[in-house]
Design a binder for this molecule. Structure first.
Ligand SMILES: Nc1ncnc2c1ncn2[C@@H]1O[C@H](COP(=O)(O)OP(=O)(O)O)[C@@H](O)[C@H]1O
Ligand SMILES: [Mg+2]
Length: 248
């Protein structure tokens, strides 16, 4: 059975989908078979990040209501042969319940090394469904005060829901962002969130550029190295956070 992880955050727009796609691609480059599930009903966007938006016919809701077999709602990323996506429904009304999500992922996880669930923003029913089947959670933050406080709130909620394995990813990191937000260093963020740091992804202009061209974010450029390191750590390799991260 594959590992099931949810990628979540307090604030929206911090890079959950980017990290889900970038980490998925990095695990794929290591030869792992990875399924991404877009949990953001009504605001799906992983299909764009993976370059399969034009192909979509069925989504997760179609599977759950019996419109199609699961395989019909799974799309292979053209840039990365080991990476697959089950898209979210276009309508917010077609939300998935935690019970159905758990049942679906249980059935699918036998066929993949990793199932990564991209969580919607907020902590309502979509959040509950996204975390329901996960054994581990990655909280994504950007280096600013609001995000740091939200990470503590979301960690508390995850622990309350029974999540034992919670880790932090700092996205859009740069020395300038630290400076602008009066954050002294990485240790300060780790202490303030109370979550163990799993990876730091730099601010990288290649990310929006790749997305705009319909290529998977985080396959090229400086951030892809950070996703490679994050994937390696998930696989149990001991890789330190580089000291010079964010300096260019
Ligand atoms: N490390 C990064 N460097 C530069 N831009 C980034 C980075 N991570 C995310 N972005 C940009 O930030 C925006 C929001 O990212 P997204 O992954 O959609 O956030 P979320 O899923 O949390 O709402 C996107 O335009 C994306 O291209
Ligand atoms: Mg998103």
């Amino acid at each position: 059975m594959g590992r099931v992880m949810v990628i979540t955050s307090g604030k929206g727009g911090v890079g959950k989908s980017t990290v889900t796609a970038g980490l998925g691609a990095a695990l794929g480059r290591r030869g792992k078979k990875v399924l991404l599930i877009d949990g953001d009903a009504g605001l799906r966007n992983l299909d764009i990040l993976l370059g399969v938006a034009h192909e979509l016919v069925f989504d997760i809701y179609d599977v759950l209501v019996g419109n199609c077999e699961p395989i019909k709602a799974i799309y292979q990323c053209p840039d990365e042969e080991n990476l697959y996506l089950m898209p979210a429904p276009q309508s917010e009304e077609n939300r998935v319940t935690p019970e159905l999500m758990t049942k679906l992922i249980k059935g699918l996880s036998d066929y993949y090394d990793y199932v990564l669930v991209d969580c919607p923003g907020g902590m309502d029913s979509g959040f509950k469904a996204a975390i329901a089947a996960a054994q581990a959670a990655l909280i994504v933050i950007t280096p600013d005060a609001v995000c740091i406080r939200d990470a503590d709130i979301i960690r508390t909620r995850l622990v309350k829901e029974g999540m034992k394995n919670v880790r932090l990813v700092i996205n859009r990191f740069s020395l300038r962002a630290l400076d602008n937000n009066r954050i002294p260093n990485l240790d300060y963020i780790i202490d303030a969130t109370g979550v163990r740091l799993m990876g730091v992804v730099p601010e990288d202009e290649e990310i929006p550029r790749s997305s705009a061209r319909g290529h998977i974010a985080g396959c090229k450029g400086y951030a892809s190295l950070a996703f490679d390191r994050l994937a390696a750590r998930l696989e149990g390799e001991k890789i330190l956070i580089p000291k010079k991260i964010g300096e260019n």
